[in-house]
Design a protein around this ligand. Structure first.
Ligand code: ADP
Ligand code: MG
Length: 420
């Protein structure tokens, strides 16, 4: 079937003709489709039986342009292929941590998946100060497994290259390269920032040391094909409840630097931390919630690092370094040291990427609800100034940090300067 954007009516008719969804959507029932309006890039329909709420799916269809920018900004339709292929692989590597995929149709540029109707988008929940006791455990497993099992430590050299070929994803990568690493740091018409932080925007854009660090990180993003990364793993790409966590929306997936995924996640927890200076007026309550966010950051990093390391010890089957390579007196120790150093480097890259992403959210085209939901520009500037100080320090100081506590210490130091 040739590409045609669906609407609420045609979505139902379309699904009736798909054999792959007959079990989940029995043909003898009547269905209604609702379009969800909150995506940036794509069309999303929830299709549900009128008689049985369990008989429900989500249809995600790519549009030939960037939805938030209108049809003036063309985008390739094949991004749904990258999203679907990543979801299928994730379903193998981390079943239960992503929505199930029921069907896909690349001509129509769409995927049909599990409707996560008992989950909510994490970003919105954090703005309302909700807590998720199992989240760090779940997301660290997601990251450790998806990143380790697609790396050269696990895959054969040939398999790794084939994965690279499959996830080449040039157009969406270009979007991230421009909108994360470049345009926010120079004059570019789509940049959008609070005029009350003009002084900081100017300072960041003309800080030579900072800009040299950012371009180094950009090169790592462009060239360091370590593993299949989600590449947009912020709190808006996570749906969850107290018991269950799912990662959605991997349309930007490609073979990139491992630390970028961890950075995206922790950076968004910092943005939420910043927004709470305004969202929670009571200082005790605020401190309590901000400490919860820092605990989540610490636990996520520590669990990720130890799970990644354990997977490596137990599955060192890739062509990077066969076990025999370490087969010499003192070899075990050398391998252990190498692993520690590798993970230390991931932590440092993570701080750098996290810092760049903080700055771009304050100065570039796409902001986040945590911050934009602060309607008073003066109060918003207070949170934004905190984020910019944090971002600069994470970028400049990360090359010399030794533990996640060093990154957390920067948050506390900058937080102590805030007079909210
Ligand atoms: P986009 O790539 O266009 O930003 P997303 O994949 O982020 O689209 O989805 C947009 C919104 O649709 C999400 O914020 C969430 O509210 C909802 N959504 C996405 N996938 C599902 C799902 N599997 N089940 C329920 N809701 C979903
Ligand atoms: Mg998306």
């Amino acid at each position: 079937m040739a590409y045609k954007p669906l609407d609420a009516k045609t979505a139902v008719d379309y699904l009736k003709g798909r054999a792959a969804v007959k079990d989940i959507l029995p043909p003898n029932e009547e269905y209604i489709a609702n379009e969800l309006g909150d995506g940036n890039l794509n069309l999303l329909f929830i299709v549900t039986s009128r008689t049985n709420p369990e008989h429900t799916v989500v249809v995600k269809q790519a549009l030939p342009y960037l939805r938030v920018a209108g049809d003036s900004w063309p985008l390739t339709l094949d991004r749904i292929v990258f999203e679907t292929e990543a979801l299928l692989l994730y379903n193998e590597l981390v079943p239960g941590l992503v929505p199930r995929v029921y069907d896909h149709d690349y001509e129509m540029s769409l995927v049909v998946m599990e409707n996560l109707r008992h989950h909510e988008v994490m970003r919105k929940a954090l703005v309302r100060h909700k807590r998720f006791p199992k989240f760090a455990e779940h997301i660290s497993t997601f990251m450790a497994n998806t990143l380790f099992f697609t790396s050269d430590m696990y895959l054969s050299s040939i398999d790794k290259k084939q994965l690279q070929e499959k996830f080449i994803n040039p157009h969406l990568r270009k979007l991230q390269e421009d909108f994360v690493f470049t345009n926010p740091f120079m004059d570019s018409p789509e940049n959008n920032w609070n005029p009350l932080i003009n002084d900081l925007a100017r300072e960041v854009r003309s800080n030579a040391e900072l800009k040299a660090s950012i371009v180094r990180l950009k090169e790592a993003y462009m060239a360091h094909a370590q593993a299949l990364i989600h590449s947009d793993l912020h709190t808006g790409s996570i749906m969850l409840n107290r018991e269950d966590t799912r990662v959605i929306d991997p349309e930007f997936a490609f073979m990139g630097p491992i630390a970028f995924d961890v950075a995206a996640l922790l950076e968004n927890l910092i943005l939420n931390y910043a927004s709470q200076f305004v969202h929670i007026p009571n200082p005790d309550e605020r401190r309590d919630y901000q400490e919860y966010l820092l605990d989540t950051i610490r636990e996520t990093w520590d669990s990720f690092a130890s799970k990644f390391s354990r997977l490596w010890i137990e599955n060192n089957s890739g062509d990077l370094m066969p076990s025999k390579y370490w087969d010499f007196p003192g070899g075990d120790r050398a391998f252990t040291q190498f692993r520690h150093r590798y993970i230390q480097d991931l932590l440092r890259d993570m701080g750098g990427f996290g810092g760049v992403k903080m700055l771009r959210r304050m100065l570039g085209i796409v902001s986040v609800w945590d911050i934009t939901s602060i309607s008073d520009p003066t109060k918003r500037a207070l949170a934004e100034r905190f984020v910019i100080s944090m971002g600069k320090r994470w970028i400049l100081e990360s090359p010399s940090i030794n533990s996640v506590e060093d990154l957390i210490a920067i948050v506390r130091e900058e937080g102590a300067k805030i007079n909210a």
